[in-house]
Design a protein around this ligand. Sequence first.
Ligand code: NAP
Length: 258
Amino acid sequence: MAERMKNKVVIVTGGARGIGKGISHVFASEGAKVLIVVRSEDDAKKVIEEIKINGGEASYFLGDVSNQKDMDNMAKACIERYGKIDILCHNAGIFPEVRLENMTLKDWELVNNVNLKGTFLAVKACMPNMIENQYGKIVITSSITGNKTGNPGLAHYAATKGGVNGFIKTAAIELAKHNITVNGVEPGNIMTEGMGSQLGEEYIKAQEASIPMGKLGEPKDIAYAALFLASDEAKYITGQTIAIDGGQTLPESMFAVH
Ligand code: NAP
């Protein structure tokens, strides 16, 4: 086990599947104590077992990021178990595909509640302890969608991820005086459980064809960028987002890809 995160405590929302699972594993393998936050415990138990087998330390907290009480209790549980919150990797998010003509207010509100309101609530809950300690690293999983690209069926999602980037910039300014950095990772198309179930095979094939590197990314590709942004090597970086997308947002046309 490497030790770049020795003595650090990290909360990873949505940390039991997909990108979040990658983040949980990478931080644990670097010595961090990891609190995994999800709504259902089966996946979390599996990830924690894997982390423990590899010599790491992790536990889970059941909560919904769109629920204020759950987020406040999440922060409380982390402080009770591990004494502090050094790092928040706020990663939980949903991307159910529905085109505008069929999109209902309920669809819109669900995605906004989880992705955007959830970001606000998770950060608000962790801030007091970070301010008290005059130390904190917040890394939010944003997306290329809504910031560098658009995608049919994801107008609600794109709006939330654009909002997340706006939030990152202002939160970074407000928290800078407390030695807290706020940054984001913008995944391109990463092969995860959610990608398979929410967007499907046809979507995945179309995405692959538009990626200069010719394939989707892996959760750990995002996790290593989050690890860097949460490390002390990145102490002077704040308010930034990094696209990790195999070059997907570079080509001016499909001709440029092949
Ligand atoms: P995923 O495979 O569906 O996993 C999502 C995780 O978040 C699960 O552990 C899920 O667990 C948890 N979660 C969902 N809603 C939650 C809620 N309301 N409260 C607490 N936990 C919740 O998704 P993913 O593909 O890894 O995506 C993770 C993040 O990356 C999202 O923010 C997504 O927008 C972003 N992203 C993904 C891609 C991609 O290509 N995959 C691209 C760009 C951005 P439970 O269901 O048990 O709660």
